[in-house]
Design a protein around this ligand. Structure first.
Ligand code: ADP
Ligand code: SF4
Length: 698
């Protein structure tokens, strides 16, 4: 093994005792959602296994419901309701152990924040108070018998966890779940021994910890995940109460897993997107806890820099580097640091597509790591890739955006004789050349940066810039396989999901009608000071352009026909802070409004209730819909004889050139095609394994 690690990072590889167990180093995959739970046990096992293999000292399941009382459907939690659930989760514990890691399980009761749409049990909470999480849900106030039942369920789940080999068992209360609802002076208004003073409000959690500790019999470490401070209407907990609880519970706890904030904005601080939260943004809270306890403290904060991690440990802000997203983007991060392979670390960009895909898509995925979530069902490993069955192949990839870069890299890693990656632009990156210039999106440049570095290490790749290729150019170039990764552009005509036709008055070559590329890449600016940014996508771009122009001094109005400004950002936890930042930047916002016509002085629009309004503006930036840049592909596809005559055996396309989509999906598509190049129809994904019940005829 090559040991070239910087000595200042040695501290990250010190073992950390936690109760009866020992972490082999300071890297810890904290609980995070996958969409797998116990419904897809093999996907669960394989996703955690690659991280254990990649050097994490512990890998944890996502939040794991202790009983049907705490059912989070339609969101996918793990469940430990009975022995069958236990057998499914045992696979994770076994896989972790196989790779020398500890296995953790985050036992959970959501209280009023469990949705219970599947089990249909009544929601329960310390007091009968609705919260901003789901205001229509009014819980039952727990009776003493309910409290005992929940504690008994927690103990039963802990016993099952212990029996199937988990090393670390959580009594999870962070993020304003049931134990924290008891601790909160706002959500707990009880008049009995479980409400009132801090000691009384802490009683439920302390009793549960004590009971679970007994059940673990000294065989497992007991971890508590705590949001030590949160504001907002879903679980107000003053920092002093959080810290006082740490002191009360400390003798019973082996490991503190510290976070901050709740589930509802503005208290939401968990999984902070890079647009609004910097690396290590939770260190203030972990440091405060660490000052009150002698037990090890884990903290999160999108750590990908070994220097930042080592400094956090050295300065006493925490003991263990907790990671959800950095472990998804690079399951081998600890090993790479350990072996000094710093340039290979695939850093998380903080886009939160993983969160969105796990929660809303029920299957995790990642922008940076296309293998995330595909470990079992497609058999993909983040670091290993099968060699091409035929190596004597030259590939030409046209377009070096995220998809082209990923496709070329994957083909080269598969050992093709030669991979040529060409782009018309001066720099690789495609639309990321300008997207990353929008406010707050700088970390997204890692998508391009990481791929460039890896390509630079491979001897079978050639990257050619400023080489626009037309069909004749491709035919002349000479390759066995051609992949068009030519991307997509924003419609200059305002084609959108609502009208399906160009907007009258829109078009190219008009000073008062601009596209995002023209503003952010070409540097064109509106002729006057008032700008209307028209959004049909509801995600990143329109809001980014609006903020960019507002910060330059333009009077900006962001208009959308959608019901909310940037609703897709709500899935990535960017929506609330984004709208707030737009407001702070002085951007006026108008929803449910359809632009019907554009003219040099603005636009005519139709409001929600059918009224017409004149929107004054000296220019309109159209962010309505993207269109694939697929003409090269179609021209080539229409000339099979010419392709054959030039020895081009296969023509493919990947990424936005097929259909404009998120970078996560474009990169996944490119990676998949490169892996499945030899399949009979590479444009169509090979079937993947499905975890489901199969009904067979008797
Ligand atoms: P994706 O997200 O699918 O990677 P992008 O739009 O980000 O797509 O990138 C597409 C890239 O393809 C751009 O950098 C563009 O310059 C390049 N490109 C498009 N057409 C050609 C062409 N005919 N020749 C060379 N490069 C091209
Ligand atoms: Fe990081 Fe984005 Fe991957 Fe999530 S999807 S791990 S935020 S790069």
């Amino acid at each position: 093994m090559r040991i070239a690690r910087e000595p200042r990072h040695d501290i990250l590889f010190e073992p950390v005792p936690i109760g009866p167990k020992t972490l082999r180093n300071r890297f810890y995959q904290v609980p995070h959602c996958t969409g797998f739970g116990v419904d897809k046990p093999f996907s669960q096992l394989a996703h955690r296994a690659v991280k254990a293999e990649g050097g994490w000292a512990a890998v944890c399941t996502e939040y794991c419901a202790i009983s049907p009382d705490s059912d989070d459907a339609p969101y996918v939690s793990a469940r430990l309701w009975d022995e069958d659930d236990a057998r499914a989760l045992a696979l994770v514990a076994d896989a972790a152990h196989e790779h020398g890691a500890l296995a953790g399980i985050e036992l959970w009761h959501g209280g009023v924040h469990a949705e219970a749409r599947e089990s249909r049990w009544p929601l329960v909470a310390p007091s009968q108070l609705a919260t901003g999480y789901r205001p229509s849900a009014v819980p039952k106030a727990l009776e003493r018998a309910d409290i005992r039942r929940i504690q008994t369920d927690w103990v039963a789940a802990a016993r099952r966890a212990r029996a199937v080999g988990f090393d670390i068992v959580y009594v999870y209360g962070g993020h304003s779940y049931l134990p924290l609802q008891f601790l909160s002076p706002v959500l707990n208004r009880r008049g009995d021994e479980y409400g009132g003073s801090l000691e009384n409000r802490a009683r439920f959690w302390l009793e549960t910890i004590e009971l679970v500790r007994e059940a673990l019999g000294g065989e497992c470490a007991l971890a508590v995940r705590l949001s030590v401070e949160s504001h907002g209407d879903d679980g107000v907990l003053p920092l002093e109460d959080g810290l006082a609880f740490v002191e009360l519970a400390d003798p019973l706890v082996d490991l503190w897993d510290v976070t901050a904030g709740g589930l509802v904005w503005p208290s939401r601080l968990d999984t902070g997107p890079s647009r609004f939260f910097a690396e290590g943004y939770q260190l203030g809270w972990t440091r405060a806890v660490r000052e009150r306890t002698a037990k090890p403290v884990i903290g999160v904060g999108r750590f990908t820099s070994p220097d930042a991690m080592a400094t956090a440990v050295r300065t006493g802000a925490l003991d263990v580097i907790g990671a959800a997203r950095p472990s998804i983007a690079d399951p081998f991060l600890p090993r790479k640091v350990e072996e000094g392979r710093y340039g290979e670390i695939r850093e998380c960009i903080g886009c939160n597509q993983c969160y969105a895909r796990a929660n809303y898509g029920r299957h995790i995925g990642c922008t940076q790591n296309p293998t995330a979530g595909e470990e079992f069902r497609r058999g993909w490993h983040p670091e290993r890739i099968p060699a091409a069955t035929e190596a004597a192949v030259d590939a030409l990839v046209v377009g070096a955006g995220p998809a082209g870069l990923e496709c070329a890299l994957t083909l080269a890693r598969r050992g093709l004789q030669r991979v040529h990656l060409v782009d018309a632009g001066g720099e690789p990156g495609g639309h990321f050349r300008w997207l990353t210039r929008l406010p707050g999106l700088g970390e997204w440049a890692r998508v391009v940066g990481w791929r460039r570095i890896q390509l630079g290490r491979l001897r079978n790749v050639e990257l050619l810039a400023e080489l626009p290729l037309d069909a004749a150019g491709v035919l002349e170039y000479g390759a066995d396989v051609v992949v068009c990764a030519t991307g997509a552009r924003w419609s200059p005509h305002g084609l959108s999901a609502v009208t399906h036709t160009p907007i009258p008055g829109a078009g190219t070559g008009l000073a008062h009608v601009l596209t995002p590329e023209q503003v952010a890449l070409e540097g064109l600016r509106p002729p006057g000071e008032r700008v209307l940014v028209y959004d049909g996508e509801g995600y990143l771009v329109a809001a980014g352009i609006a903020e960019l122009l507002a910060r330059e001094g333009y009077k900006v109005e962001l208009v959308t026909f959608l019901e909310q400004i940037a609703p897709a950002c709500d899935e990535t936890l960017e929506g609330y802070p984004l709208r707030r930042r737009l407001h702070e930047a002085g951007v006026a916002m108008r929803r449910a409004t359809v632009v019907r016509e554009i003219h040099p002085d603005g636009a005519v629009a139709e409001t929600e209730h059918g009224g017409r309004v004149e929107l004054a503006a000296s220019a309109v930036v159209l962010c309505t819909q993207r269109l694939s840049d697929d003409s090269l592909y179609h021209e080539l596809a229409a000339r099979p004889e010419a392709l054959a005559a030039r020895g081009i055996r296969a023509l493919h396309r990947v990424g936005d050139c097929v259909s404009p989509r998120t970078a996560a999906d474009a990169i996944f598509d490119a990676h998949r095609l490169a892996r499945e190049l030899e399949s009979p129809h590479p444009a169509l994904p090979l079937p993947h394994l499905r975890e489901r019940f199969v009904v067979r005829a008797p």
